[in-house]
Design a protein around this ligand. Structure first.
Ligand code: ATR
Length: 324
């Protein structure tokens, strides 16, 4: 008996919401639909907090879950979500490249950037047209998975909205030529950046990336090395700054931050890096990578729902999850 009383009081506490104006998520029942994120590891992901806040604000009877999926189980896990009528998935490290070979279709951005971070499941309607699974209440016989990439668009959106940099025609110093740096460089060039200066600890990787950009986006001038001119933006895509003891990701003897209008750090945890502090002290406009996380998530939610994502609700949920 005592156990039952405890359960009752727990559920009463959970459903009590002192801020009446805040939407409360609907209880899970047998018609609730699911999205999920797969990663390895996954336990630090802020996506469930962000996406469930968005789903709740849209009034949907959906939930967004997180699963630790090992790379050798990715194919099975995607097939499982498909079989169980999931609306869609997000994929994070280390699955984004692998998924390209697993999904049934890829959209143009996923193809171009060689990575899938969002999957939408689709079924055929009575006319034989593929439609998002959210439009069907009943189990469907044939379901396909379509891979999207919302990371790349999130980069240019975050630069525009968080530090006021329009990529077209801009001069940009990009630090880092790893996975994140490569996607950023290809996207900046595809969006018409005027000149890209690439720097990386392993210079040969910057050289390789420069060659790839010259071939794919001949309109963008690419130089490996620090600029001698002023630039519109310094973008950090290295992992330097994740640890408090990390050195700055650029050599200030070779490039002074005050020669840049803005500095964007793709790192969001911690919120403030030594690069951002130094940039603020030098009068640059600055932002951390939270906006990129937000906009890739907002675009994924729009792909699944067909509705405009409640971006500010999602931003608040992310900030609470990561910083509070
Ligand atoms: P991600 O997917 O986050 O981009 P990554 O592909 O491992 O991860 O890339 C990490 C980036 O941070 C690379 O540009 C890496 O430089 P190298 O290509 O020379 O490895 C950079 N980086 C990591 N640790 C660094 C350090 N101690 N000093 C300078 N750059 C570093």
């Amino acid at each position: 008996m005592a156990l039952n009383v405890n359960l009752l009081s727990t559920s009463a506490r959970l459903s009590y919401n002192p801020r009446v104006s805040e939407p409360v998520s609907r209880p899970i029942n047998a018609t609730t639909r699911y999205c999920a994120v797969y990663g390895h590891p996954i336990k630090h992901s802020a996506s469930p907090a962000m996406q469930n806040a968005g789903i709740t604000a849209l009034g949907l009877d959906w939930r967004y879950l997180a699963f630790d999926v090992r790379p050798n189980e990715l194919r099975t896990a995607i097939a499982g979500a498909k079989a169980m009528g999931f609306i869609g998935l997000n994929l994070t490290v280390p699955h984004k490249l692998l998924a390209l070979e697993i999904v049934d279709q890829v959209d143009e951005a996923a193809e171009r950037f060689g990575a899938v971070n969002t999957i939408r499941f689709e079924a055929k309607d009575e006319q034989g047209t593929w439609r998002p699974l959210r439009e069907f209440d009943e189990v469907r016989n044939e379901i396909r998975s379509v891979g999207f990439n919302t990371d790349a668009d999130a980069i240019t959106r975050a630069l525009r909205e968080e530090v006021g940099v329009n990529v077209a025609g801009a001069k940009i110093l990009l630090l880092g030529a790893g996975g994140a740096g490569r996607t950023a460089a290809l996207k900046l060039a595809a969006d018409g950046a005027g000149e890209l200066f690439l720097m990386n600890r392993t210079l040969s990787k910057a050289e390789e990336l420069a060659a790839e950009i010259r071939e794919r986006s001949p309109g963008t001038k690419v130089t490996v090395g620090y600029p001698t001119v002023s630039v519109d933006l310094v973008l950090n895509a290295t992992s330097l700054g994740l640890e408090k003891s990390d050195a700055l990701p650029l050599d200030e003897r070779q490039f002074l931050l005050r020669k840049s209008g803005a500095v964007f750090d793709m790192i969001y945890r911690p919120a403030d890096t030594s690069l951002l502090r130094a940039a603020r002290a030098d009068g640059c406009r600055t932002a951390n990578g939270l906006g990129m996380l937000l906009y890739q998530g907002a675009a994924a939610l729009e792909i699944w729902t067909g509705l405009k994502a409640p971006v500010e609700v999602m931003r608040r949920a992310l900030e609470q999850n990561i910083y509070e």
